[in-house]
Design a protein around this ligand. Structure first.
Ligand code: F6R
Length: 233
């Protein structure tokens, strides 16, 4: 595990963008696993600003998660987030960008389809992650077991409280989501975990505490190639 400490969010964003762009330079047809939320926004802005340097024409992306019940037209869906913050600024083919389908009535079919999709793509070359205040990665919430494949989760109070700010009407925030499980994350060639300074305490627990599904990110201690960039408090 490489742990890089930076002084501020801007530095974290630059370094994360460097690593993501380097991945695309080294393997132009790579599969990037992407995250949403506040943490990666700076990295996406930086990638957008450098969109003449690197082509995403052959890149495929799989996102970690999507809320149940929000379709692509909802400004609060992660489809909208990705279009707004990254995809509309780079030359990626939107047909090569994938998120779990939170609108399917048969949720378990939607989960199985996403698991199969990731396998069909040949797995993930570089998975970008943030971390929740409770140690979640994707929406893999604290649990009694590590959930391995794509599944539907009831979001914890901690996650609902943290993410409500992103909704124009917080009461509209869905209570359920579909998330990629631990298997594709752990099978990704590389993992890049970003954490702002407000995450310092849970990050320490995840990186140096016991490996337990109660702190889902702790499983990353077992991954062969993790880069962590965190902002010093
Ligand atoms: C987002 C995701 C989540 C977030 C985490 C941190 O796709 O899967 O695990 O990375 O909740 O969110 P922020 O960055 O908003 O603090």
């Amino acid at each position: 595990m490489r742990v890089l400490t930076v002084q501020n969010n801007e530095e974290m964003a630059q370094k994360a963008a460097d690593i993501l762009l380097a991945q695309v330079i080294l393997k132009p047809d790579c599969v990037l696993g992407l995250a949403t939320g506040s943490t990666p926004l700076g990295a996406y802005r930086s990638m957008a600003a450098r969109n003449k340097e690197v082509s995403f024409a052959q890149v495929k992306t799989v996102n970690l998660d999507e809320y149940c019940g929000l379709d692509a037209t909802s400004p609060d869906s992660y489809v909208s987030y990705m279009r707004e913050n990254l995809f509309s600024h780079i030359d990626i083919d939107i047909a090569n960008t994938y998120l779990p389908d939170g609108m399917q009535e048969d949720v378990s079919a939607a989960c199985n389809a996403y698991t199969a999709l990731i396998a069909r793509l040949g797995g993930i070359d570089l998975q970008l992650l943030g971390i929740g205040h409770n140690g979640h990665i994707g929406f893999n919430e604290p649990d009694t077991v590590f959930q391995m494949d794509t599944h539907c989760v009831t979001l914890s109070k901690s996650t609902l409280d943290a993410n409500a700010v992103h909704f124009a009407r917080p009461a509209d925030m869905p209570k359920k989501a579909i998330t990629m499980g631990m298997r594709p994350i752990m099978q990704a060639e590389r993992v890049l975990l970003l954490a702002g300074k407000e995450k310092q305490s849970i990050l320490q627990e995840a990186l140096y505490g016991p490996v337990t599904p109660q702190v889902p990110a702790s499983i990353l201690q077992l991954h062969k190639h993790v880069i962590v960039i965190y902002v010093a408090a």
